[in-house]
Design a binder for this molecule. Sequence first.
Ligand code: FE2
Length: 229
Amino acid sequence: MDRRTFVEQSVKLAALTAVSGQVLAARAPGLSFSQIPLPYAKEALEPSIDAMTMDIHYSKHHAAYVKNVNDAITDEKISVEREVDFFANIQKYSAKARNNGGGAWNHNFFWLNLAPAQAAVAPGSKVLDALTGAFGSFDKFKEQFTQAAMTRFGSGWAWLVKEGSQLKVGSTPNQDNPLMSVSELKGTPLLALDVWEHAYYLKYQNKRNEYVANWWSVVNWNEVASRLG
Ligand SMILES: [Fe+2]
């Protein structure tokens, strides 16, 4: 092979490699999770939730769930397009897909649930009427929700959900959520509280009750109202 032929073939081979590399690197169309940008500064929820907890929670824990679920979707060739279909069929997939898919989705939901204490507003009449109708009063709703958060053994989430026209309070273990086929609690999530120790341990240590009590002052009730429909 003369030098000119060698150079031409090398150029063609390089071009071919680049093209096949692109093809291999391209994701099949389908579901992919991502982190929403936080809609407030990491210190904005103090003193209820401290900045360091927010930083680690968002940048480490949540980021890992998102990476790991996307890896699982690729590895398992999961081809659903929508998050709701992914969760409605979650029993078909691996524990990695279930745990990290829940972790990815639940945290995006949770960040939107929160509002800086200075900007937090009391629930409006739409939310108050709905909660009073379902639970007897706003305070009784808070009691039930707090009980769900406190009695979830180990790691998990407390939820307010709407199933049909009914509002319900309950909890899920680990990173399960009420959209999952495997969840006992089912419905459209309206409000969620992360009761994993990673959500509060730096500031509150073992005092989950204090974390839950202080969390009420950073709930974004406008978000709950918009989800109520
Ligand atoms: Fe969390």
